[in-house]
Write a protein that binds this ligand. Structure first.
Ligand code: CDP
Ligand code: MG
Length: 136
């Protein structure tokens, strides 16, 4: 079974800072994930805290929100066949050290916190995350 889905991708500050956004976008496009919307923004810590609130009980929550708001990010809506899972596969494991060869995190991630990209983990969360950044 396959269906056309949308998912949210974020190129995190470490990757934007190293001018990797175009390379990462190229990986999505080559793998049939169309970028149907994209914007470069710099969010506040409060906004990052709202975005990542599913992680509020985790020990890394505050650092994670400080980090996501530390510099410009690129937020994108990706669209394609099974886009949620396809994007997660292209991203690789959360910890770049454990990520599979040729995944974005293996290629570009620096550490578990500076791991270059975010991607929605379910269709339901993808809808919420897309709304968070793209609903007027
Ligand atoms: O991003 P992903 O869905 O792969 O991982 P997550 O478990 O939803 O965690 C969200 C983000 O928190 C990760 O991408 C990491 O940047 C960060 N994190 C961290 O800094 N330290 C951890 N032990 C786990 C996650
Ligand atoms: Mg996650």
């Amino acid at each position: 079974m396959s269906s056309i889905e949308q998912t949210l991708s974020i190129i995190k500050p470490d990757a934007v800072e190293r001018n990797l956004a175009e390379d990462i976008k190229g990986i999505f496009i080559k793998n049939n994930l169309n970028i149907v919307n994209s914007k470069k923004i710099h969010i506040t810590k409060d906004e990052a805290s709202e975005f990542y609130k599913v992680h509020q009980s985790k020990p890394f929550y505050s650092d994670l929100c400080t980090y996501l708001s530390s510099g410009p990010i690129v937020v994108m809506i990706l669209e394609g066949k099974n886009a949620v899972l396809a994007n997660r596969k292209l991203m690789g494991s959360t910890n770049p050290k454990e990520a599979e060869e040729n995944t974005i995190r293996k290629l570009y991630g620096i550490s578990i916190d500076k791991n270059s990209v975010h991607g929605s983990d379910s269709i339901e969360n993808a809808k919420k995350e897309i709304d968070f950044f793209f609903k007027n």
